[in-house]
Design a protein around this ligand. Structure first.
Ligand code: SAH
Ligand code: SF4
Length: 339
């Protein structure tokens, strides 16, 4: 049995060829899957009933299940999705009231090996990479369940996308070509895997690169992110500058704010210094508490003060709105297991 979700138009044509149907039929099926989010072959009503019956013998729309679905008071939806081998990941749909944007936050791996001290996913360890089909199934699941069309995708769920780059790139190609989501509406977030950043630079990626910096000096960053041992701030800076030169794109710097740890005036100064010659915007993320850590979120005043200090250095700074905190769907809270 072939699963239609994840197949390109060419791959669907192979199925319609065997069933002696035209390429136009393949196009119709393709659009039902990606643009009209059909839940079953029966819903593909512009195909004849006979053809649908033939197709049902050899193909099915999907092989993933929604294990749990939660809705936040702010409208954010969180899904726990189960793949045929029993592996589960979480995926989140964020709706921003004042915009038509529907942003899916997708996972790229089951678990994560990077093990940042503040992240619930890291606590779980690394289990396996997701295939590109499994990545795009997350967006299809959201679309099928809500009947809505996702307009933006961010790789900010579980996992480190640049440690599964082949699948992430293939998924991005399909988001672009089959879902018709523009490249600039795709964002890849990384903890700073330098070889991956270099590869994206060579590919002249036109999607947004978001870099999780979180600390402005080596000691502090090592404390929060063990990856700093392997790919340190100094080397990271060269890679980021090269990325900007090659792609012409502005980078998004993500900076987590943890009370009394990396939210001080000194940290803001060091951060401004580190970033002064990197073409970037800064996105401040107030820490979302996870179960077994005693880190705290700074007060709103402290967040605003940090923001002002950075703005004075000439950067554009935004503070990330917290979404879905009441259902543990906020940044870094995704664990992908039922507990
Ligand atoms: N592995 C990638 C992408 C997934 S994490 C990365 O680290 O960039 C997406 C974002 O959530 C990252 O910026 C990450 O640092 C942040 N994050 C992780 N744990 C968090 C927490 N407890 N509170 C707020 N943000 C968190
Ligand atoms: Fe992995 Fe990103 Fe979590 Fe770090 S923050 S453990 S890189 S998912």
């Amino acid at each position: 049995m072939q699963v239609l979700a994840g197949l390109s138009q060419k791959e669907i044509e192979k199925i319609t060829d065997v069933l002696h149907q035209s390429k136009f039929r393949a196009r119709q099926i393709h659009n039902w899957i990606y643009l009209k989010s059909a839940r079953s072959i029966d819903e593909m009503t512009d195909l004849s009933r006979e053809f649908r019956e033939e197709l049902k013998k050899v193909a099915t729309v999907t092989d993933v299940k929604i294990k749990v679905k939660q809705e936040s008071t702010d409208g954010t939806l969180k899904y726990l999705i189960e793949y045929p081998d029993g592996a589960c990941v979480e995926t989140v749909l964020m709706r921003f009231d004042n915009r038509a944007n529907l942003t899916a936050c997708v996972s790229s791996q089951v678990g994560c090996a990077v093990n940042c001290s503040f992240c619930a996913t890291g606590k779980r360890g690394f289990i396996r990479n997701l295939t590109y089909k499994e990545i795009i199934e997350q967006v299809l699941t959201i679309q099928r369940d809500t009947g809505l069309k996702v307009t933006n995708v961010v790789f900010m769920g579980q996992g480190e996308p640049l440690l599964n780059l082949d699948n992430v790139l293939k998924a991005m190609e399909i988001f672009n070509e089959s879902f018709q989501i523009g490249q600039r509406r795709l964002t890849v977030s990384t903890s700073g895997i330098i070889p991956g950043i270099n590869r994206l630079a060579e590919l002249d990626m036109q999607s947004t690169l978001a870099l999780s910096l979180h600390a402005p000096n080596h000691e502090l960053r090592k404390n929060l992110m063990p990856i700093e041992d392997k790919y340190n701030l100094l080397d990271l800076k060269s890679a980021l500058k090269n990325y900007v030169v090659k792609t012409g794109r502005r980078i998004t710097i993500e900076y987590l704010l943890i009370k009394n740890l990396n939210d001080t005036v000194e940290c803001a100064k060091q951060l401004a210094e580190y970033l002064y010659d990197i073409k970037c915007n800064v996105n401040l993320i107030p820490y979302n508490p996870i179960f077994d850590k005693d880190y705290r979120r700074p007060s709103n005043n402290a967040i605003m003060k940090f923001k002002c200090l950075l703005e004075h250095s000439g950067k554009k700074v935004t503070v990330r709105l917290e979404r879905g905190a009441d259902i543990d769907a906020a940044c870094g809270q995704l664990r992908g297991k039922v507990d």
